[in-house]
Design a protein around this ligand. Structure first.
Ligand code: FAD
Ligand code: NAI
Length: 470
């Protein structure tokens, strides 16, 4: 017999599980369907929890700890001998961190009375009266459906992932032995994060990037500073390459031409392909109900995440916009609130980005090159961590904080950080921009001493050329 719900969410990643919880909080009888399985058991949390944000940060932390012990402890007068990496233990810890998150989501479903269905959800039929979704032998009938089916790694044409030698993000997070030589295609977010993990652990890492500029979406000055740091660490990044034939045998051979047009060969033990992700609607039976997709395979939605079908919404990686967990979550909350007749809202101008390398790179708002292209008059202020007492005490003085503010109104238009704990520091800028603060507002706020956040205040002061410590 069919089960009736107010809201059925398809997909239990950050977009889906958060939408389901918010819908339940708002008093809706809610179900969430997710198919992710580990060891025969449900593992909700999506890409982010299982093969994305969480496991990558666990490995980044482990590998950073190792690098500190092997390279930086000596500066503090701490001698280490017999240092070794136990990869099996490191991976087991990462799996445990993931499991805590999977279990946490199942607990939250119970706590919020969200009915969880493990399996693949697919559309049967839809109309203004309700939508039928099948999961296993069950049929759910919903007044509203929220699709949050996420994305999958994009493979290079003709080079499928075997997750043994040619790895997507999935395999990249489970390499059992440190490769002697590791190749990555794409120096985007995954390329830099995964490249950093395995370089720190001892692999010789080469990243091949098609574009001639490094991190083109990042503020140029910040990207340059980050590139300098990665070069110093020995992360080899080749820009402007054209990848050709890839042979997969005992090792992986990548034929490519470099920026000068010269033919090159890269032979590696493992190759991670991180050239972006594609929206996922596999198995959703989208065609049967006439759900509209765009040419990239993303579900077409309006500004409020409505699809072309009545009472069917879509959020997260499967729709337009940045493929970020917090963007997916915000959309999930906003849709649940719109279903309740409230005014859920996502401000795309204040979505922060973080790349969890060392130094971390984080930003919100517009870059200097975007402001120039748009003809906006702006003022810039920067402050280097080298001049920050806390950064010196930490022994991590790479990078800077950069403010961009409107030349006339002083409204903050963008904040860009490369350096220690940039991921945490950027939140202050997000709050400030959400409240449409001026750089002077930040400059006049008391920041704790000694703290990295003083670099934020000083960069704001620098906008009007009145830094106190530089
Ligand atoms: P997903 O997390 O992909 O979840 C979709 C879920 O739906 C999956 O569980 C899937 O199995 C399920 N599903 C799909 N189809 C069906 C169906 N028909 N029936 C039932 N279930 C279905 N973002 C950040 O913000 N910060 C980070 O640090 C970060 N790190 C990342 C690191 C890596 C290596 C990768 C790959 C991504 C990272 N991301 C990060 C991006 C982030 O993972 C995604 O933006 C986020 O997971 C998108 O959430 P979502 O809910 O839209 O989709
Ligand atoms: P990406 O879009 O960040 O980077 C892909 C890179 O590959 C680009 O620089 C692109 O120019 C390059 N490229 C594309 N085709 C190529 C080719 N044929 N040869 C060489 N280079 C090529 O995508 P990535 O790294 O795969 O990550 C996917 C998404 O996952 C990110 O965009 C981000 O949304 C999300 N993510 C977020 C993280 C975070 O927030 N810290 C961490 C990891 C992923």
């Amino acid at each position: 017999m069919a089960k009736n719900f107010d809201v059925v969410v398809i997909g239990g990643g950050p977009g889906g599980y958060i939408a389901a919880i918010r819908a339940a909080q708002l008093g809706f009888n809610t179900a969430c369907i997710d198919e992710w399985t580990k060891g025969g058991k449900p593992a909700p949390g999506g890409t982010c929890t299982n093969v994305g944000c969480i496991p990558s940060k666990a490995l980044l932390q482990s590998s950073e700890n190792y690098e500190h012990a092997s390279k930086h402890f000596a500066d503090h007068g701490i001698k280490v001998s017999g240092l070794e990496v136990d990869i099996a233990k490191m991976l087991a810890r990462k799996d445990q961190v993931v499991k805590q998150n999977n279990d946490g989501i199942l607990f939250l479903f119970k706590k919020n009375k969200v009915a969880f269905f493990h399996g693949r959800g697919s559309f049967v039929k839809t109309s203004a009266e309700g939508t039928e979704v099948k999961v296993g032998d069950e049929t759910l009938v919903a007044k509203h459906v929220i699709i949050a089916t996420g994305s999958n790694a994009r493979a290079l044409p003709g080079t499928p992932f075997d997750e043994k030698n040619i790895l997507s993000n999935d395999g990249a997070l489970s390499i059992a032995n440190i490769p002697k030589k590791l190749g990555l295609i794409g120096s985007g977010v995954i390329g830099l994060e995964m490249g950093s993990v395995w370089r720190r652990l001892g692999a010789e890492v080469t990243v091949l990037e098609a574009l001639p500029t490094f991190l083109g979406a990042v503020d140029e000055q910040i990207a340059k500073e980050a590139k300098k740091a990665f070069d110093k660490q020995g992360l080899k990044i080749e820009l402007g390459v054209k990848v050709g034939e890839i042979k997969n045998g005992n090792t992986v051979t990548v034929n490519y031409t470099n920026a000068k047009g010269e033919a090159q060969v890269l032979e590696v033990d493992k190759l991670i392909v991180s050239i972006g992700r594609v929206p996922n609607t596999i198995g959703l039976n989208a065609e049967a109900v006439g759900l509209k997709l765009d040419e990239r395979g993303a579900i077409v939605v309006d500004d409020e995440c409505r699809t072309n079908l009545p009472n069917v919404w879509a959020v997260g990686d499967v729709v337009r916009g940045p493929m970020l967990a917090h963007k997916a979550e915000e959309e999930g909350v906003a849709v649940a609130e719109r279903i309740a007749g409230q005014h859920g809202h996502v401000n795309f101008n204040t979505i922060p980005w973080v790349i969890y390398t060392s130094p971390e790179i984080a930003w919100v708002g517009q870059t200097e090159q975007q402001l120039k292209a748009a003809g906006v008059k702006y003022k810039a202020g920067t402050f280097p961590f080298m001049a920050n007492g806390r950064a010196r005490a930490l022994g991590d003085t790479t990078g800077m904080v950069k403010f961009l503010a409107h030349a006339e109104t002083d409204e903050i238009l963008g904040v860009h950080i490369v350096g220690p704990m940039a991921s945490e520091l950027v939140s202050e800028a997000v709050v400030a921009m959400e409240f449409r603060a001026s750089s002077e507002d930040i400059a006049r706020i008391c920041h704790a001493h000694p703290s990295l956040s003083e670099a934020t205040k000083e960069a704001a002061l620098a906008v009007d050329k009145r830094s106190l410590n530089f």
